[in-house]
Design a protein around this ligand. Sequence first.
Ligand code: PLP
Length: 417
Amino acid sequence: MSKSEEIISLHVKYVMPTYAPGLALVKGRGAKVWDADGNAYLDFLAGIAVTNVGHCHPRLVRAIKRQAGRLMHVSNLFYNEMQPRLAQALSKRSLNGKCFFCNSGAEANEALIKLARLWGHDEGRYEIITMRNSFHGRTLATLTATGQAKVKKGFDPLPEGFALADYNDLESVRSAVTDKTVAVLVEAVQGEGGVRPARPDFIKGLAALCKRKNLLLFFDEVQCGMGRTGNWFGFQRYDVEPDAISLAKGLGGGFPIGAIVASPKLADVFQPGTHATTFGGTPLASAAGLAVLEIIEDEGLLKNATKMGDVFMEGLKKVAAKYSFIREVRGAGLMVGLVLNEPAKELETILQKHALIALATADTVIRFLPPLNVTTAEVRRAVRMVDKACAEWQTRLNNPGPDDQPARFKHLKLNKD
Ligand SMILES: Cc1ncc(COP(=O)(O)O)c(C=O)c1O
């Protein structure tokens, strides 16, 4: 049994099968990861937009080690020196208001939902409009907010107070507004929904509508925030002012932390006793978040995300022109989607075989989320890998034949649906 197979069989025996993982990864550095058998891969997924400064960035590792040896956790019954510093750094780069810290994207969106309800409570307004194809998390409230039927299946009765509208369709949002509506929640780029950027006229129209109807405008920045699109936050591509945003994923660079940032209008809606979480903004998590912000700033990673995103999309467009099963290349910064005319899962597996990690999403889209410090050489290499994988897939599509996977990929079949 190989080392990968050992890990996989232990996992299958003792871990609930909420995911269907492929490779058993044991080490990472920058945009590279290694599996338990020593095979190297170019990681263009970054833990689904989490390791935005690359795996094991020495400065992030140092900050976590230093803080772990000083003070990890004290609860929010005490002030800690790192949490307000991270809150200040996030506020200054976004809404100039205040933060609430938690541990994940779902929890951050849950906080937005509670914030909206508390704000609208005295007027009897509680309904939140979200978009079809959106993704906001897996808690009961956030899966209800999510605009995809598959994540809700089997979990009814779902909480009330959510309405769906079509993304990039202002009229659809307008007609979903009722006298109970309190907020609109939107992603600047839908990630799980297939790497779909919002159109500027839609976001501008949404901001105007919210202002006119006295609705709160929230952006879910869990995936497209923290520099991913080449701006600190996705909403900044549109020249609008949200009332609050949610963050997680890339904020800790791999260390779990979530947050919301609210504008001054909502900064003091939560009061002692209204919302809380034990682990929110621990000194350790906050130190990780601060280090990530400093790395992005000091290493010019916003600019790099824009530049590398352009190089990558240009390269992918050339590849796309060669294969009839590729419909479109779309995205923003380093959030890039290869849209296919075929189910994307098989191409994801072939890409892994060619040592490139990416993720099939929304059935027919391959999503690439490389670290923001990816280099031109790595991007060009990834494009060559995509080309080779597409050529292989084209051959397979033309001549469906016996399984030709090398032994080290056999286990993928065991664990994939
Ligand atoms: C836009 C968006 N919001 C929320 C979430 C949920 O985040 P978490 O998995 O950390 O709960 C995700 C996760 O993929 C996401 O992409």
